[in-house]
Design a protein around this ligand. Structure first.
Ligand SMILES: [Zn+2]
Length: 377
């Protein structure tokens, strides 16, 4: 969701570096190998298209370490002088949403400092109504959605000026129905999702031109059944999650060819059981969520192998520190921790509360506010 990118340090950059490291290792075997590198392999199936995947070691965690994850999240926010905490200031609001949602899904929300968090959200609302990642940053739709998700979770919308939030979102809709992410004007289907999700949580979907918004998102649908960020852009699991979520919130899922899209999505599952975001990419816990949640929304969750995916997600836990990484052996972070836990919830994990695939929030919370987004059979 507002989360529709891996935080750069958590994944994208590391991902790029890691692929580079594989080629280094093949020529220089004297390099000491980090744990994460040992798990990487590249195989070439019969057709000649390279498949990047990881190998799950026999010593990888295979059961859910719930209390470790709760401790990890509870401690993360309290170490405010940590380097890692400081360099993530630009996405703090989403970080708080990831942590709180993970805690609520684990039944541990009471361990977080509610008053401090509500004060923080309130201080991040700007005169224009938009909400920023933290104080001193510009407001953006991504962080406005995260903030509203936090406030709904805490049943405390009165912490911000709701009417101003609504007019901020309305002001970002363009003539063609698309939404800009902020006043600088970048257009992306992620922002269409953020806009309608924010308004639906506030019960104010009527504030924008929904018909035009739907028309724009449908113009981003591709021949493979997927969606890109703008008309003509390549299909990508993160964008598909946003567009399918958008169509669910607006009651327009019937426009989707569920079999065609379901086929593309279930092809994201690799031999390790993990899911990637696009062909020829490595598996990643956050893509597991985006692909899985999309499959759930279009009624095709049973098209992937749930046992293998569960094994992959569990292998991404850190047994010592708690938390989930993007791939086995990598550094954990709150972003992948939420999506690991939420993914397991969609797979029916009994120790985790049911999660809603559209909003990535507890089903219980959405029931409380009377929100029941569409799901295809
Ligand atoms: Zn990721």
């Amino acid at each position: 969701m507002n989360t529709l990118h891996c935080p750069p340090l958590a994944s994208s950059i590391q991902g790029g570096l890691r692929v580079l490291q594989i080629s280094t290792r093949s020529t220089d075997t004297s390099l000491p190998s980090a744990k994460s590198q040992e798990h990487i392999t590249i195989t070439t199936p019969g057709q000649g298209t390279p498949v990047k995947d990881v190998v799950i070691g026999s010593d990888a965690p295979s059961s859910l370490l719930l209390s470790k994850h709760a401790d990890y999240i509870a401690e993360y926010g309290s170490k405010k002088d940590d380097y890692e905490y400081c360099i993530t200031e630009y996405l703090r609001m989403s970080g708080v949403y990831w942590g709180l949602t993970a805690m609520e899904l684990m039944g541990q929300l009471g361990r977080m400092d509610r008053d401090e968090i509500l004060r923080f959200v309130s201080e991040c609302q700007h005169e224009c109504g938009g909400i920023s990642a933290s104080q001193g940053h510009d407001p953006h739709l991504l962080y406005t959605l995260s903030a509203v998700q936090i406030l709904v979770l805490y049943d405390s919308l009165s912490s911000v000026d709701v009417e101003k939030v609504v007019s901020y979102v309305r002001g970002l809709q363009q003539e063609d129905g698309s939404f800009a992410g902020d006043k600088w004007g970048e257009i992306d289907t992620r922002f269409s999702f953020c806009a309608v999700a924010t308004l639906a949580l506030l019960g104010r979907l009527d504030a924008v031109d929904v018909d035009k918004a739907v028309k724009f998102v449908l113009s981003c649908m591709n021949f493979d059944g997927g969606f890109g960020c703008r008309p003509g852009s390549e299909s990508h699991a993160g964008q598909i999650y946003c567009c399918v979520g958008f169509l669910s919130v607006t009651g327009q899922l019937h426009h989707i060819d569920a079999d065609l899209l379901g086929w593309w999505l279930c092809e994201r599952q690799l031999p390790s059981g993990g899911l990637n975001g696009r062909p020829e990419k490595l598996p990643d816990v956050c893509y597991s969520w985006w692909v899985l949640a999309s499959l759930q929304m279009i009624g095709r969750l049973h098209w992937i192998d749930p046992d293998k995916l569960r094994r992959f997600i569990l292998a991404c836990q850190d047994e010592e520190t708690g938390g989930f990484a993007d791939r086995p052996g990598d550094m954990v972070d709150p972003f992948h921790t939420l999506f690991g836990i939420a993914g397991l919830s969609l797979l029916g994990e009994a120790q985790v509360r049911p999660v809603n695939p559209v909003f990535c929030m507890p089903e219980e919370t959405l029931r409380r506010i009377g929100l029941d987004p569409d799901i295809l059979d």
